[in-house]
Design a protein around this ligand. Sequence first.
Ligand SMILES: Cc1cc2nc3c(=O)[nH]c(=O)nc-3n(C[C@H](O)[C@H](O)[C@H](O)COP(=O)(O)OP(=O)(O)OC[C@H]3O[C@@H](n4cnc5c(N)ncnc54)[C@H](O)[C@@H]3O)c2cc1C
Length: 416
Amino acid sequence: MDVSYPREAEAYREKVQAFLAEHLPAGWKGVGALPLEEAERFTAEWRRTLADNGYLAVSWPKEYGGGGLTPLETVVLAEEFTRAGVPQGIPNDGFSIQLVGNTIIRWGTESQKHHFLPRILSGEDIWCQGYSEPNAGSDLANLGCRAVRDGDEWVINGQKIWTTNGHLANWIFALTRTDPTATKHRGISFLLCPMDQPGIEVRPIRMLSGESEFNEVFFTDARCPADNVLGGVDNGWAVAMTLLGYERGEAAAVRPLLFRAELDRLLDMARERAKTDDPLIRQQLAWCYSKVEIMRYLGLKVLTQFLQGQHPGPESSIFKLYWSEYHRAVTELAMEIMGMDGLVPTGRPPSSAIGTDDVGAPNSTASWATTFLHARAGTIYAGTSQIQRNILGEQVLGLPREPKADGGPWNELQRA
Ligand SMILES: Cc1cc2nc3c(=O)[nH]c(=O)nc-3n(C[C@H](O)[C@H](O)[C@H](O)COP(=O)(O)OP(=O)(O)OC[C@H]3O[C@@H](n4cnc5c(N)ncnc54)[C@H](O)[C@@H]3O)c2cc1C
């Protein structure tokens, strides 16, 4: 692990800081300081500013309209944007630019690249992720959404679930079963499917917090062009795994910054509510502080591997397990500090169900109580805590593997 950044990183940092100073409004405190509707408007306008200045899709090669940044520059940019509390795009850009965009660059044909990539940058195509199904979450390869070839098209029938921001998207990348007679990891194809058609219905799911950020997506004789297979027919598992590998390296640098800023807000709230003399609260706050510091070093370890060009290995499960379990604990502490006030939340809630509240957000009871509910999901998405522990046990510690009884053709497997 290397805990210091090379000199060229600092030079690039100054460049990013100068860009932010030039383009952000005077007195900028972070997008969290804006009311929700204004924050949404700012984010859409900011995306255009990023596009005009080559700061959108920074990791894509320049030939596809990206920024062509090195991994180190990508990390520095993400750090500075996080500190300043400005987004790197609209919420679906995580799916559009980071996930499917990078995967199209890796697996797409030239004509797929030339068709889809510019439309992502222009904002014409907005993507969501169609992986999970009611019977395929942790065991993703069990997916059963069926695609059958009909002339120049695929006809798709089945259901996806937990589709984040599916209601904001007009395209879905969907894992589909194209050969049910093959074993379960084979016979899967990765389809690029337009959502604006009668065969696709998006139904919102109401979350614990009362909001609806994710959806069920039903395919009933939905159609997509035969050429919209990424990476070849029946080769979707390899493509799906490539996409999951684009979990950002820079997240390892950014998350500890966000959790530290969040903890500072909690300390302020504990002081305001005269809780810092309570020995039990003090002890828990100190525990949180140590956890965030350890997370910073864990992040640097993951980051060092990323900057050395290594793919995050099974040890990266430590980081996922660590931050998501920590976030549940720190938000439970916030509820304890707020006491009864936490039950009648007031003020601006977070703009997204993922991670911490926005930088600059007011220290309101709605901010903390909603983040407390959202933090439950952190130990589920991107692989549950149990699955992370399985990975660590089997692939890092070398413990015996879980017995598997699913080697035969997918359509002959017994399932619930
Ligand atoms: C906020 C949020 C956003 C999401 N967004 C998307 C999205 O945009 N697109 C998408 O496709 N999916 C999305 N997901 C779905 C997510 O990937 C799945 O929820 C996750 O993979 C777990 O699958 P599951 O919910 O089916 O739970 P299951 O796999 O049914 O697991 C149920 C429980 O059993 C445990 N378990 C399962 N298998 C094992 C095992 N082998 N050993 C030990 N314990 C086990 C799990 O840990 C869990 O506690 C999202 C989820 C959340 C919470």
